[in-house]
Ligand binder design. Sequence first.
Ligand code: FE
Ligand code: FE
Ligand code: ZN
Ligand code: FE
Length: 216
Amino acid sequence: MKSTQTNPAQNGNQKQGNLIAEKAKSGAAQGLRDLFLDELQDIYWAEKELTVAIPKMIKNATADELVKALTEHLEVTKEQVMRLEVVFAAIGEKAETKKCEAMEGLLKEAEKIMQETEIGMVRDAGIILAGQKVEHYEIATYGTLCAFAKTLREDNAAALLQVTLDEEKDADEMLSDIAESFINFQAVGTEEEDTEVDDTGTIVSTNAKRKQFKSL
Ligand code: FE
Ligand code: FE
Ligand code: ZN
Ligand code: FE
């Protein structure tokens, strides 16, 4: 389905949309609809950009679980791009992109982090950080878009946007889980170096005590 094609159904919807706008006493309904469309175009640009950015993160990631999570979310993101095209069709609009300055900034930061960190655990941690910033931006956007769609009585669009919102929340949680396992890993690494044990086998150093606590 090419987004550049126009069809009679679309023109019909546009006409209908214009009629509704005319009927509205204030411009608020049309204003909200314009904002909704604007923000849809913004996130459509952002999702498309992410299908290019996530593969770069995958190449830079080393931990298996992080590579796996990013690879999964890349496939989900490709589906989200297509789902947005269905949303545009559902509201009778052409699928068009509009550059998202915020996502561009977040992705620039991600690139910088990957350039400035050593490959391995630190860069992995940086990728998780950058990835979670992206997911939080998406959660904020889709949450609002969902609410706008409901207000505008665009129920099909609202349902589709809710699916994507849930996927972004899942991705965020997945990254949080990986981040947690990283912290544990690092703590264990530190403890092994600093472990002190006395004659009776009792752990005496602070780090080692933490290890003992953790193993409970
Ligand atoms: Fe997304
Ligand atoms: Fe935005
Ligand atoms: Zn944006
Ligand atoms: Fe996402």
